[in-house]
Design a protein around this ligand. Structure first.
Ligand code: PA5
Length: 456
């Protein structure tokens, strides 16, 4: 496997007036990184995502459930939100052909379509249910806590529709829950009704759960090679065993972004794959980076970078103007895919029209790569920090590697920012106000606080 990070364009020497990260800043950071590394890797018991790549029991349990359902369903409907949806979406987009759900069963190799509902917009849910044959649909209800309001509301609606379509008894055979092994409403229902469940280990947080059954089961159902996914992630863990910053790629990524933010004011951190299959990986990364690092430190100081998704070359005609000339507050991390030089030959036509003839003999693979390099160079020439992550190919192994790289980088960055990367206290207040308005028992205090707020 090859996963490399070229960060020349983050460094002073590559940027006008040497205005990038200095070699001294990197050297100084290596001690802080060594401490972050020791801290994170000593927490294997608390940070279950570190060992998901080698958790064979969980992998085998997941593959067994996938096997039990083989051939019985044309559609999989996933109900979940946040970390319980973004990973599966990213895997489907990256590792299945484009427009997977519109392909024929043959083109899908007999695997089902995968629909993900990660919101409670009534129009989307009604439209999705209207086009599904529920008698041929498997419903995955994914919630680590087993009680998230959006997922529970979806579940109630879909369960009702399933019961109407196939009957109360048969409906149970159309459900798989992925949730905490002990607590939560889903676990209670599963116990009472004998519904098939897979566990999200208690020490694996939502946004770190893509390599648990949360991502593995939907991936396996649509024919993604889950073992390769885990192998890529395991490979990253082996390479990241060293606390030497020079050889630890997730560490280098975390340290560079942290210095760029805290010492150079580059707090908006763009992830910009030049590859359509990786569009949704950028959205998955956004949740990981934002929800993990945007926090109040223990002294009350608000910290954290703002991640921003983009995709090349498309966003060269959209956000890149801002990246080039807008505030000097960004880093851009490109993801490129090697070995595409021969893909998509551009034919010779209109040889007499210079605006087109120069393209003859080139390929789309060359074009997208050249455009990425040109954008990286242009940004550097204007003092804009950027780095390039390169992978050999978009396959399950490299996706696993990329996802574990970002998860590990997030854990390191949490230590560097001095925040707990594994909680999300900031989402509680809004949630409690919503519970209060919905009349959930126990939310009387939130109701009083809500009522006391000035209203328009
Ligand atoms: O990362 C997280 O922990 C959150 O974004 C959760 O994934 C999200 O809130 C959904 O939670 P749950 O899986 O408990 O329904």
């Amino acid at each position: 496997m090859s996963l490399s990070l070229d960060f020349t364009n983050m460094m002073g020497a590559a940027l006008p007036h040497g205005a990038g990260i200095t070699a001294a800043q990197l050297t100084d950071a290596s001690d802080a990184f060594a401490k972050a590394h020791a801290h994170v890797h000593a927490m294997q018991a608390e940070l279950g995502f570190l060992t998901l790549p080698v958790n064979e029991a969980l992998r085998d349990a997941t593959l067994a459930v996938a096997e039990q359902t083989r051939g019985r369903f044309d559609d999989v409907l996933l109900l979940g939100i946040g970390g319980s949806a973004l990973g599966p979406i990213a895997l489907r987009t990256a590792l299945r052909p484009p427009a997977w759900n519109t392909l024929s069963a043959d083109a899908r190799g007999g695997h089902p379509r995968l629909h993900v509902l990660d919101n409670v917009d009534p129009a989307t849910i009604a439209a999705t249910l209207a086009r599904l044959d529920l008698s041929r649909t498997l419903v995955l209800v994914i919630s680590k806590s087993g009680g998230t309001v959006e997922t529970m509301a979806q579940y109630l609606i879909v369960r009702e529709a399933l019961a109407r379509a196939v009957g109360e008894d048969a409906a149970r055979q159309h459900l798989v829950f992925i949730t905490d092994p002990e607590v939560g409403a889903l676990r209670k229902i599963a116990r009472a009704e004998g519904i098939t469940t897979l566990e999200v280990p208690p020490n694996v947080g939502g946004r770190f759960s893509v390599l648990s059954p949360v991502g593995m089961l939907p991936a396996a159902l649509i024919g993604i090679d889950v073992k390769a996914l885990l192998a890529g992630a395991a490979d990253v863990m082996t390479r990241a065993a060293s606390a030497d910053l020079a050889t630890n790629l997730p560490g280098t990524f975390a340290v560079l972004q942290h210095i760029a933010d805290t010492a150079h004011g580059r707090s908006v951190q763009v992830l910009m794959p030049y590859a359509d299959p990786l569009r949704d990986l950028a959205l998955w990364f956004v949740q990981l980076w934002a929800e993990s690092l945007g926090k109040l430190r223990s002294d009350g100081t608000p910290v954290g970078p703002t991640p921003l998704p983009a995709v090349g070359a498309t966003d060269q005609h959209s956000q890149v103007q801002l990246f080039m000339e807008g505030p000097l507050d960004k880093t851009v991390t490109f993801i490129t895919v090697k070995g595409r030089e021969r893909d998509g030959m551009i034919p010779t036509r209109h040889a007499d029209i210079p605006e087109l003839s120069y393209l003859a003999g080139h390929t789309l693979g060359e074009l997208i790569d050249i455009e990425q390099r040109a954008t990286a160079g242009a940004l550097a020439a204007r003092g804009r920090f950027n780095a390039t992550l390169a992978i050999d190919t978009v396959d399950a192994f490299h996706l696993g590697a990329l996802m574990q790289t970002f998860a590990l980088a997030t854990a390191y960055a949490g230590v560097l920012y001095e925040v707990n990367a594994f909680n999300q206290p900031g989402v509680e207040l809004g949630k409690n106000f919503a519970y209060a308005m919905l009349g959930r028992a126990g939310s009387e205090q939130a109701r009083a606080e809500w009522d006391a707020l000035p209203k328009p």
